[in-house]
Design a binder for this molecule. Structure first.
Ligand code: N2P
Length: 385
């Protein structure tokens, strides 16, 4: 049985903002352990402070790096871009590597919080897919500041039996109608409905459903998305961005608007627990978000050489494949593809087909005034005003 790194153990956060704090810390590295140096370099020791998404790394990745490099890694986790951004903008975050999503990274680049990468220190950049790097360069020009870690989609995770009981089949899961029509969502309140706790995804999703530009910056258009979200608010039982993996796997949440790999992890956890809970993930036919999470080094990082060593290590094909196999999120590493488990690389909900990809949309970099409207909308939604 594959042991999974459990997510946050914060008590259920009913319509409240809850932040990620810790995946269990990886086994502390023995600075004197034997083994090859990470990236083939000599051991240098020292420290490294990493801030990554929860449930986003294989359990051996950090301990192996610590053993090989002699570096002691402190690994903290978060579950929202908003949280990372507030730490970065406040300065002195204490982190040497952070992993914001590309559109947030783009805004943070403009705010001057990262150092440009010295690409000579990341030879494994050669393993990355040039097509994806081109797409990423739209928001990180010349790929100057960041390296893709994983990518994924945002869609609907559903409990197969509960949805079938309420609607006769799971066909309803192919459309955002399931989420945005109160007569549908109201049928699921009793079995548990969770939304990601982030306006930066839910507002564009609502606008896309309404046939508007998901990235509209027009306040009146954004208000239409807010009004739609308000109509379904009575049926939400939880707004949280990481707790749902466990609550789905245990059967206490039957519908989630969440991230692809997290929902697949919930499905796998339920399978491992043999509790009879079956989960599916659907990328809706009206289109859904596609995003990239990016490794970057803050300007005030203290352990910059170790940050490069870790980034280069994450880009080793076997390491990248191990992470993808563990968390069920694709990577942009061409050399890793053949090492990825065929059940994962062949699963169209994890690696969407070209036809489905054509319907996905990406998030734009939004300016501060629009961001304030997003935040206001979200606070009102969560406090019921
Ligand atoms: C990992 C979620 C990462 C996806 N739990 C969000 N970009």
């Amino acid at each position: 049985m594959k042991l999974r790194v459990l997510g946050l153990s914060i008590a259920v956060c009913l319509l409240a903002a809850c932040g990620g704090k810790s995946d269990p810390a990886p086994a502390s590295g023995d600075a004197k352990a034997t083994g090859d140096a990470a990236g083939g370099e000599a051991k240098s020791g020292g420290e490294l402070n990493v801030y990554n998404w929860s449930d986003y790394i294989a359990e051996n990745t950090v301990p192996d790096f610590e053993k090989k490099s002699g570096v002691k890694v402190t690994y903290d986790v978060f579950d929202s871009n908003e949280m990372v951004e507030s730490k970065l903008l406040a300065g002195a975050s204490g982190y040497d590597i952070v992993v914001p999503t590309l559109n947030f990274l783009g805004r943070q680049i403009q705010a001057g919080v990262f150092q440009p990468l010295d690409k000579t220190k990341i030879p494994n950049l050669a393993n990355l897919d040039p097509e994806m790097m081109k797409r990423i360069a739209l928001q990180d020009p010349e790929n100057k500041y960041a390296v893709p870690y994983h990518w994924g989609t945002t869609g609907i995770g559903y409990n197969v039996d509960k949805i079938t009981a309420a609607f006769g089949s799971t066909d309803v899961t192919t459309s955002w109608d399931l989420v945005f029509k109160p007569e549908n969502l109201s049928k699921l309140k009793e079995c548990g409905v969770t939304f990601l706790d982030t306006p930066s995804e839910l507002i564009p999703i609502a606008l896309n459903y309404l046939g508007e530009d998901p990235n509209s910056q027009d306040p009146a258009v954004i208000d239409k998305g807010a009004a739609l979200l308000k109509t379904i608010r009575p049926y939400l039982t939880q707004v949280h961005s990481s707790q749902y993996i466990d609550s789905m796997a245990k059967g206490s949440t039957c519908l989630v608007v969440g991230w692809s790999g997290d929902i697949v992890q919930a499905r796998d956890r339920a399978e491992e627990a043999k509790n009879g809970v079956k989960f599916g993930y659907s990328i809706t036919k009206e289109g859904a978000p596609l995003w990239f999470d990016m490794l970057a080094i803050p300007k005030d990082a203290k352990n910059v050489d170790n940050a490069y060593r870790f980034i280069n290590y994450l880009l080793e094909p076997q390491v990248a494949a191990d992470n993808t196999n563990f968390v069920s999120y694709p990577n942009a590493n061409l050399k890793a593809t053949e090492l990825v488990d065929k059940n994962i690389s062949g699963d169209p909900t994890i690696y969407p087909s070209a036809e489905v990809r054509a319907k996905l949309f990406t998030f734009a970099i939004i300016p501060p005034d629009v961001d304030r409207q997003y935040t206001r909308t979200w606070t009102q939604l969560k406090t019921g005003r």
